[in-house]
Ligand binder design. Structure first.
Ligand SMILES: NC(=O)c1ccc[n+]([C@@H]2O[C@H](COP(=O)([O-])OP(=O)(O)OC[C@H]3O[C@@H](n4cnc5c(N)ncnc54)[C@H](OP(=O)(O)O)[C@@H]3O)[C@@H](O)[C@H]2O)c1
Length: 327
């Protein structure tokens, strides 16, 4: 099969190669998926680049050399291991694991769910890391309740476009922070209010929020907390990643702060599980979660797609169409 293979850490255009490799064989609890589409999130860019450098030993356990990157896919089940009970060949699925930028991928059964009937494979491939992060952040970290005021920064990005929609389904009054060119899009996916960060600094305004989901990290925690109500909660989910430690200092500061400051959430890493994948499917089928698609690239152009996402100006989700006939 054709797959994108990473040769070492570095720029996607230097270290990713479209290569012919063996199709994986499903283990007992695995599902072999014929991938029709895969989507990219900013974490794919960081792990390919090996940023921050201090994390490389951890990324190396994912084998930088000869690793097939890619976590989020949608496709059709080709074969199943003997212990798999929920899927059979022919089922249309989506999910989040690893080795996704390829014509076939082996995913553990627990990391997959049935594809929403009303979504294309390209759309369904986006319901992985970004949507899970938005769901778990708002529901579990923010404990968002109907009527609460929620502010989401990076509202135009991969996580933010899902977060705006999910916050609405939780009954919140949603404010999205984005650039001028994205204001209409953020409004169109359900934001009640939109703040153009090039015109207004939300930390200096009069409005106060019950939950701030910060996907950018352009302000210090104490600056951002100024915009909270007295009982409000702040989840810092964005960081300026780069160099040796960039991207780690913010979560460490949030962790320390969470021990002393009420309302400061601990940093969290989203996890894939069947229940939350099923929740995303339900929301999509109810028309409450519509993926916003940015650019689409063929599998062979994965290095360009990763470079695009790495530039940090995503408008929703960037997709790889692996099998153009079905995506
Ligand atoms: N906790 C977890 O498990 C988890 C999982 C996934 C992602 N994350 C983190 O979540 C963050 C967001 O990820 P993502 O995938 O959504 O990133 P993304 O797709 O690259 O989106 C970032 C968005 O932020 C916008 N932006 C840039 N500067 C801004 C500012 N000052 N104010 C408001 N918006 C701004 C960008 O558009 P413009 O430049 O055009 O404004 C872009 O649309 C990242 O730091 C990522 O590492 C955490």
């Amino acid at each position: 099969m054709k797959a994108i293979v990473q040769t070492t850490f570095g720029s996607a255009r230097d270290v990713l190669k479209l290569t012919e490799i063996n199709t994986p064989t499903p283990d007992k609890a695995d599902v072999l998926v014929k991938v029709h589409a895969a989507s990219i999130h900013i974490g794919d860019y960081y792990t390919i680049a090996g940023l921050p450098y201090v994390m490389r030993p951890m990324f190396s356990s994912m084998r930088a050399k000869n690793r097939v990157p890619g976590m989020d896919i949608a496709g059709t089940v080709e074969a199943v291991g003997e212990e798999v009970t929920d899927f059979q060949p022919g089922d249309e699925v989506f999910g989040s694991y690893k080795g996704g930028f390829a014509e076939y991928a082996c995913f553990p059964e627990r990391t997959l769910a049935r594809k929403p009937d009303n979504l294309t494979f390209s759309q369904a491939s986006t319901l992985g890391v970004s949507a899970l992060t938005a769901l778990q952040a708002l529901r579990d970290q923010g404990k968002v309740e109907p009527g609460q005021k929620v502010l989401i920064t990076g509202a135009s990005g991969g996580v933010g476009t899902f977060a705006v929609q999910i916050a609405r389904t939780l009954g919140a009054e949603v404010t999205g922070v984005c650039s001028t060119r994205n204001m209409e899009m953020v409004r169109s996916i359900g934001a009640d209010h939109v703040i153009d960060y090039s015109e207004e600094d939300f930390t200096e305004g009069d409005r106060r929020y019950d939950f701030i989901f910060d996907n950018v990290g352009s302000h210090s925690l104490s600056q951002t907390r100024r915009a909270l109500t007295p009982t409000g909660r702040l989840l810092g989910n964005g960081a300026q990643v780069g160099g040796w430690f960039g991207g780690l200092t913010d979560p460490i500061a949030a962790l320390v702060s969470s021990l002393f400051v009420s309302g400061q959430c601990r940093p969290f890493v989203s996890t894939s599980n069947p229940e939350d994948l099923a929740s995303l499917k339900e929301l999509a089928e109810a028309g409450k979660l519509v993926p916003v698609l940015d650019k689409s690239y063929p599998l062979s152009d994965t290095p360009d797609a990763i470079t695009h996402v790495g530039e940090g100006h995503a408008q929703g989700k960037t997709v790889l169409t692996v099998d153009t006939a079905d995506a």
